[in-house]
Design a protein around this ligand. Structure first.
Ligand code: B12
Length: 210
């Protein structure tokens, strides 16, 4: 069912991809299933980029299509909003990395689950996370990163939080592309989430709504 969407995304057929996503939604396909298909397509686009078959404009186009599909899905997820009040979650993409589509999906799913989310944006230095934690006082901090170099930025950010004496106040989750359990250990975060819903589950657990 979602294969046509995956193929259209992979082939950079924007109009067809958007039309298919719209159709799937109107037929009642679960928004999360559509997002999963998008991730699958992005995996293939990424592989083509690595092989030198696709170039930066293809990544940009893929990003653009994904943003539009996310925008289509967002109001539907908000409609199903769970009114139970969640805690505060601070989230940002770490220094050196500007990927934010996955982060934005995490944000809208957290909000749909009642969390009060503060997004500090992309390419954020450790000091910016520290400053925002002091100000917003979240229980949960999320860091997103898709580049390999983001692993060091995540580690530095965890260290900065520690040095600021705030480590005991927050639970830290990381996510994005190739982040794994091993990377979690490397960075000193508390957990990694393979996808946005796993992040929501962690946030619930850590704010006693598990
Ligand atoms: C679209 C895209 C771009 C767009 C991004 C647009 C945007 N606004 O985000 C643009 C064109 C800007 C871009 C630029 C670059 N990109 Co790029 N990009 C991609 C691509 C194709 C898709 C990324 C994406 O949106 N995926 C879909 C989302 C939904 O998935 P996701 O982010 O993983 O998020 C999900 C989960 O991981 C999770 N999640 C994400 N974050 C978080 C955080 C928390 C707290 C939690 C709980 C969960 C969570 O939830 C999401 C939903 O389930 C990937 C390929 C891939 N396989 O991912 C390459 C990829 C990430 N890019 C890559 C590269 C190399 C680059 C560039 C360096 C290219 C260049 N030569 O300039 C630049 C880097 C710029 C920079 N400094 O950051 C490489 C990274 C390689 C590496 N290991 O370092 C990849 C893997 C492609 C590849 N295979 O080579 N890119």
């Amino acid at each position: 069912m979602t294969e046509v969407l995956v193929q259209a995304l992979v082939d950079m057929k924007e109009a067809q991809a958007l039309q298919r996503a719209k159709q799937l939604l109107s037929e009642g396909t679960e928004p999360l299933k559509i997002l999963e298909s998008c991730s699958r397509a992005m995996e293939i686009v990424g592989q083509r980029f690595e092989k030198g078959v696709y170039f930066l404009p293809h990544l940009m186009m893929a990003g653009e299509m994904l943003k539009q599909i996310s925008a289509m899905i967002r109001p539907l997820v908000h409609e199903q909003k769970n009114e139970t009040k969640g805690g505060k979650v601070l989230i940002g993409t770490v220094e050196g990395d500007i990927h934010d589509i996955g982060k934005n999906i995490v944000i809208f799913l957290l909000e749909a689950n009642g969390f009060d989310v503060r997004d500090i944006g992309i390419n954020q230095k450790p000091a910016k996370f520290v400053e925002a934690i002091k100000e917003f006082q979240p229980k949960v901090v999320g860091m997103s990163g898709l580049l390999t170099l983001a692993f060091d930025s995540m580690k530095k950010t965890v260290q900065a939080i520690e040095e600021a004496g705030l480590r005991e106040n927050v639970r830290i989750m990381i996510g994005g592309g190739v982040v794994t359990e091993k990377i979690k250990d490397y960075t000193g975060a508390d957990a990694y989430a393979a996808d946005a819903m796993a992040g929501v589950r962690l946030a619930k657990e850590w704010t006693d709504r598990g």
